[in-house]
Design a protein around this ligand. Structure first.
Ligand code: UD1
Ligand code: UDP
Length: 387
């Protein structure tokens, strides 16, 4: 069975890594007696749209996570939504025409996801959407539009939670003879389980950035910093929102350093508005590799972020999270009390950190996003369907 995996942006490399590993494992184990009906081997062909292309947003992940070299690199790069998505669509179509896969896998909610799904659906190739069913209910976000359209075009809707399955049902997308709609768990959880041990062994980022803190009476040196990430278009493209968040992080940074690996989008906006010299308490660093990011997350006092993936990683690592947005598609992390929506107002963010510090230590409830076997389930379902 030939499938095409479409990736293009940083989080997709991390998600696709988990599924790729599950496919490889299936091959290594070989079909067992019980699985003998899985006669077909899954042949995965990677297509990289080129949406992310800086070494630190792209190559670093392929090297570190030992991802397969994409058979096709479409070199689309940056641009307006229409231009970027349109170019992807055109170029993915050529690949689909040549390869004639039995299914196309797309991940998450980026323009690469949308283009992959649309190109495949138009050619009547079944689309498997991994991370289906998420809704922030904010249609001003490009990601929300990408999610909705992709879900409506997909044949396999691999949801990370029950709520995602319910969201789809509310839009009339339900399991049927021609559609799979299942809560399989979250492939990012598979990734974190696999790579966090490796991060512990290999990452030296905390030492390199000198983030240890020692008390005079203690030989113990523990990291003592906040970790922040910031890249949403709604937060970075509006200079007032961007400044408000940076002011808050700067104020928080007076007590403990705030480490902020800078997404290129944010760096560019900060350069345009000459913002770098104004926030001396924020430790701006280049985007970090996945293993370094896991190490930074795991040891932070708290995480402040507008990223989707980072909200969940905070949850999995038991690190309190403040989300710099008005709404989130990862509603379960909020309902569990682990994550808080703090918006972008300076005062509110600073107060939320202050309140968090008073509440230590924290205790989290059960796991929401499956048991770390999402990728394996996805591979089985696909093989079963196409046997
Ligand atoms: C994209 C996704 C977003 C996801 C994020 C993950 C869409 C609409 N958005 O946002 O959902 O959360 O990826 O990180 O698909 N740039 C570089 N080098 C790069 C990549 C981007 O300099 O390697 C700069 C360019 O100026 C570009 C800007 O960042 O215009 C935005 O990049 P783009 O891929 O359009 O969106 P992201 O903000 O990365
Ligand atoms: N990430 C990383 N290095 C960084 C910032 C993020 O490896 O400098 C990882 C992070 O751990 C998570 C994923 O990238 O697994 C999230 O990607 P991003 O925040 O860019 O996108 P989103 O999840 O919001 O779509």
């Amino acid at each position: 069975m030939k499938i095409i995996t479409i990736v293009g942006a940083r989080p997709q490399f991390i998600k696709a890594a988990a599924v790729h590993r599950a496919i490889e494992q299936h091959h290594r184990r070989g079909p067992s007696l019980r699985e003998s009906h899985y006669k077909k081997r899954l042949r995965e062909i990677w297509v990289h749209t080129g949406q992310h292309y800086d070494i630190l947003m792209d190559k670093v992940f392929f090297d570190e996570l030992q991802l397969p070299k994409p058979a096709y690199h479409l070199g689309v790069g940056s641009g307006s939504h229409g231009k970027q998505t349109g170019l992807m669509l055109e170029r993915i179509e050529v690949v689909l025409e040549k390869e004639k896969p039995e299914a196309v896998i797309v991940y998450g909610d980026t323009n690469s996801t949308l283009a992959g799904a649309l190109a495949a659906a138009k050619r009547h190739i079944p689309v498997a959407h991994i991370e289906a069913g998420l809704r922030s209910h904010n249609r001003n976000m490009p990601e929300e539009l990408n999610r909705i359209v992709t879900d409506h075009l997909s044949t396999f809707l691999f949801c990370p939670t029950d709520l995602a399955v319910r969201n789809l049902s509310n839009e009339g997308i339900r399991e049927s003879r021609s559609k799979i709609v299942r809560n399989v768990g979250d492939v990012m959880y598979d990734s974190i389980l696999y790579y966090s041990k490796m991060a512990e062994e290999k990452s030296t980022v905390i030492k390199d950035l000198n983030l240890y803190f020692s008390t005079p009476n203690s030989e113990l040196r523990t990291p003592n910093y906040y970790l922040a990430t910031l890249h949403r278009a709604e937060n970075t493209d509006d200079p007032q929102r961007l400044k408000s968040i940076l002011r808050a992080l700067d104020e928080i940074g007076r007590n403990h350093p705030v480490v902020l690996p800078l997404h290129p989008r944010t760096r560019k906006r900060m350069e345009v508005h000459f913002l770098f010299s104004r926030f001396v308490n924020i430790k701006f660093i280049e985007p970090v590799s996945y293993l370094d990011m896991l190490a930074l997350e795991k040891n932070a006092r708290a995480i402040l972020t507008d990223s989707g993936g980072v909200q969940k990683e905070a949850y999995w690592f038991n690190i309190p999270c403040l989300t710099l947005r008005e709404e989130t598609e990862w509603v379960e992390t909020i309902k569990s009390g682990w994550n808080q929506l703090v918006g972008i107002e300076r005062k509110k963010i600073v107060q939320a950190v202050h309140d968090l510090e008073k509440k230590r230590p924290f205790k989290r409830g059960g796991m929401i996003f499956g048991e770390g076997r999402a990728s394996e389930k996805i591979v089985r379902i696909l093989l079963e369907w196409f046997r």
